[in-house]
Design a protein around this ligand. Structure first.
Ligand code: HEC
Ligand code: HEC
Length: 259
């Protein structure tokens, strides 16, 4: 047996063990002193430097970057730009702010059990604060494509479904809209009294690329379309399952004609 070799191996192992011990202690000692150091680990979105500023504009600008990097527009539209899996966020600050918004980001399933919205708990504290500040600017003062301001880009118009040629049906749909309290929550430019700001602006609802089936299902049970079929959960928009099938079809034709 070669004792010299075993001796060397012993010292090698002792050295490695001691090294690991030192690294572990350093992390335990200094980890807590570097608050943002841990959060960005394994974050699928690009990490951002910690915020060392109280400058509101800088924070909002960072929030916009977080929003873009986090892929929110894979499911949400802002001013008609983005996918249409979730509701439009154009004026989301009218219904979600502060703590409630943080809850939506960190544990969306506590509000809507089977929502397809993923949790963003992996974002750092700074990233979340910036995102909340940015979304706070999505209030009623935002004038954009969705509110009827500005030219709609050609590709959005080209992809829009044709308007139902049955003008009497569309006219009936406007009546259903006016008689069911929709305008308390939704604005439509040019429709008397439709100035609600709780829900998304519907002035160009027909350009969101939603199907007639989606619209009808959303009216009957709005959460069903966002959860792959489970309508349980907290929400603001009431179910309109009491409307007749004819009224629902008229309302859908009307909503899809808005552009
Ligand atoms: C995979 C799709 C998906 C992604 C990605 C996604 N969401 Fe959602 N989100 C939804 C769906 C569906 C709803 C509606 C059901 C619900 O409230 O959970 C929703 C609801 C919301 C609501 C509540 C809106 C309302 O009017 O009720 C907010 C706020 C929100 N999302 C913000 C975000 C932000 C910010 C991001 C990016 C950090 C994001 N979402 C990413 C699908 C998504
Ligand atoms: C108490 C407020 C409230 C009332 C009343 C209400 N809604 Fe909504 N509506 C909302 C909210 C909040 C959302 C966004 C979350 C969602 O889609 O459920 C919404 C979403 C919508 C959308 C989808 C917008 C998008 O992103 O494409 C349509 C369409 C819509 N409502 C139509 C109607 C119609 C038509 C009526 C009347 C029959 C109505 N709403 C009544 C609050 C309301």
């Amino acid at each position: 047996m070669n004792f010299e070799r075993w001796g060397n191996l012993f010292w090698l192992l002792a050295f490695v063990y001691f090294g690991l011990f030192v690294v572990g202690q350093a992390d335990a000692l200094f980890g807590g002193l570097m608050p943002e150091a841990h959060h960005d680990v394994e974050t699928p979105v690009k990490p951002f430097a910690a915020l060392h500023t109280d400058d509101e504009e800088a924070i909002i600008a960072l929030g916009e970057k977080v929003f873009n990097n986090a892929g929110c527009q894979a499911c949400h539209q802002i001013g008609l730009v983005g996918n249409n899996i979730g509701p439009s966020l154009s004026n989301v600050a009218q219904r979600f702010q502060g703590e409630q918004l943080l809850k939506k980001l960190n544990e969306p399933q506590t509000l809507v059990a089977n929502t397809v919205m993923p949790s963003y708990a992996n974002l750092s504290h700074d990233q979340q604060e910036a995102l909340v500040a940015y979304l706070g600017t999505f209030n009623g003062e935002r004038e954009g494509l969705e509110t009827g301001v500005g030219e709609v880009p050609e590709d959005i118009l080209a992809n829009a479904a044709p308007i139902n040629p049955d003008t009497a049906l569309i006219e009936r749909g406007l009546g259903v809209f006016n008689n069911n309290g929709c305008s308390a929550c939704h604005a439509i430019a040019g429709v008397d009294g439709a100035v609600g700001v709780i829900g998304p602006d519907l002035t160009r609802e027909g350009l969101r690329g939603r199907t007639d089936e989606w619209q009808k299902e959303h009216l009957i049970s709005s959460l069903t379309v966002y959860t792959n079929g489970d309508p349980s959960g907290a929400k603001l928009m009431p179910n309109y399952d009491r409307l007749s099938d004819g009224d629902l079809d008229a309302l859908v034709a009307y909503l899809q004609s808005l552009r």
